[in-house]
Design a protein around this ligand. Structure first.
Ligand code: ZN
Ligand code: MN
Length: 501
């Protein structure tokens, strides 16, 4: 057995994300190919027919720059496209239009937090390119064959390349989670790995601990479609490479695939060098130049980024880091939360035209709101497999409910009942309360009546209570709440039981 601690993994990541522009990178075909009939979304340009000329999609390159800005990159004012030549059936032109020596964004960084420690991952470059067609290996009339769907051909693709700053599979996973969150916040890609709009390629090498120069090889694992598989492929490669080094072997530079059923990587091809691609400037497209003002305009599109939002929620709303992280996981959730909080400082709720003009400190409702969103609401959305935008209620509906609970109009027991009714009907809590007669009862006589009834029916519990078993109070309280249909004010019930026993 060798000593693993003698070696240090050196890992970098290349990530491809498909932009969700309306049209493709260099033609007017729709870029939204999901669930489309094969080869419907094509034209001479994205089919690579001779003579067809590309035209740059302005939205795509602005979004590419925006990704660069979000990752702290420098944006050179001059840039250009290049041809990357290689032969493969999914690439009809025989080359991919990409960027070689002047990408749209360079030299950025992403700061990630791992077990409370901050780590900086360098971003080498962010460049724009186009997606290829899709090969579908299939059987037609009993014969094995490969079908090609060109709907994906020419969809805008952004490639994000890190420096070899990662040292473990865990580093890789945390970086990828951060990157996905940031790009989703920008609203420029779904980063949906199941649909293939985010694809991952780790490159891995190992060196003796204490060495400072980079290894003279790297092994690239192609097109992985889940964070878990990236972790596993990296683990596998580290083991495999250390094994070879221990045997005194050299590790060849190559591209490998990952087989998730075997949890192993396998040789695909010996790695091309850049010169194998015979890059040269794309003659059919002019160089791209930005003015400083254009870059300023793009920077204005930058939303508050997730890590900053998480910190602000903790500070402004006195939330725990845990609650804040959950609420800022997706921008839509964070926006929903803030919209709900906003409702407290307005004079009306959806079902209450004039609420008493008490000044409400927003942060006072932050914690209960976070609890309801991360609890009941999330549970409902998971059960029905829907997102916030599919809900039949608005953020202010939930605020109204919390307000009515807070001022004692309804009991905690009934609040949940009303909430589930709100979610299924879209009605305001106030209208449900009226309709179902669910107002909380503070009427002493009414509560006393119910308490007496329960005490008479449960002499044993009463005796136990008198004998000092105070825990039966909860049991009696539950019975009274049930007797009153959940409407009784629980604090009052408790007082009355204590008085009458
Ligand atoms: Zn086209
Ligand atoms: Mn690429």
């Amino acid at each position: 057995m060798y000593d693993k601690n003698k070696y240090e993994p050196i890992i970098g990541l290349e990530v491809h994300v498909e932009l969700k522009t309306k049209t493709k990178m260099f033609c007017g075909c729709s870029a939204n190919y999901y669930n489309e009939e094969p080869n419907k979304l094509t034209c001479p340009t994205c089919l690579g027919l001779p003579g067809a000329l590309p035209v740059i999609n302005k939205q795509a390159i602005q979004w590419c720059v925006l990704i660069g800005v979000a990752l702290g990159c420098k944006i050179p004012l001059e840039s250009k496209f290049d041809r990357k030549n290689y032969f493969y059936p999914d690439l009809p032109k025989g080359y991919q239009i990409s960027q070689y020596d002047s990408p749209f964004a360079v030299d950025g960084e992403v700061v990630v937090e791992e077990e409370g420690k901050k780590k900086t991952i360098g971003i080498e470059r962010v460049h724009q390119e186009e997606d290829t067609g899709k090969l579908i290996h299939s059987v037609v009339d009993g014969e094995k064959c490969t079908l090609i769907d060109f709907n994906r051909s020419g969809v805008p693709l952004v490639e994000i390349v890190t420096r070899p700053d990662l040292r473990s599979s865990k580093d890789a996973k945390i970086y990828l989670q951060n990157l996905q969150k940031i790009i989703r916040y920008l609203g420029v890609s779904d980063c949906d790995m199941e649909k293939g709009s985010m694809r991952l390629e780790p490159n891995i090498s190992v060196r003796k601990l204490g060495t400072t120069s980079l290894p003279d090889y790297k092994v690239e694992v192609k097109n992985i479609n889940s964070f878990k598989f990236v972790e596993k492929a990296i683990e596998y490669e580290i083991e495999r490479q250390i094994d070879l080094l221990e045997k005194g072997e050299r590790i060849p530079q190559e591209t490998r695939g990952y087989d998730s059923t075997k949890n192993a990587t396998f040789t695909q091809r010996s790695k091309e060098n850049a010169q194998d691609y015979r890059y040269f400037p794309e003659p059919d497209l002019p160089p791209v130049s930005w003015t400083k003002d254009e870059i300023v305009e793009i920077k204005k599109l930058l939303p508050e980024l997730p890590s900053i939002k998480t910190e602000r929620f903790i500070k402004d709303y006195k939330l725990t880091p845990y609650d804040s992280l959950l609420l800022t996981e997706e921008k839509e959730t964070a926006d929903w939360f803030e919209e709900a909080l906003q409702a407290f400082s307005q004079t009306t709720f959806p079902g209450i035209k004039e609420k008493s003009a008490i000044k409400i400190e927003k942060s006072a409702y932050a914690k209960p709101l976070a609890n309801w969103m991360n609890g009941e609401l999330k549970k409902y959305m998971n059960q029905h497999d829907i997102s916030l935008e599919d809900l039949s209620i608005t953020p202010a509906h939930l605020s109204e409910l919390l307000y009515l609970l807070d001022v004692g109009t309804i009991s905690g027991t009934n609040a949940k009942l009303i909430f589930s009714e709100m979610l299924s009907t879209g009605a305001t809590p106030s209208s449900i309360i009226t309709q179902k007669n669910l107002s909380q009862t503070n009427n002493e006589n009414e509560i006393e009546e119910a308490v007496k009834k329960i005490l008479d029916a449960n002499p044993k519990a009463v005796q136990d209570y008198k004998a000092g078993k105070t825990q039966v109070l909860g049991f009696l309280l539950g019975l009274v709440m049930r007797e009153t249909g959940g409407k009784a004010n629980a604090a009052k019930v408790k007082q009355i039981i204590e008085r009458l026993v």
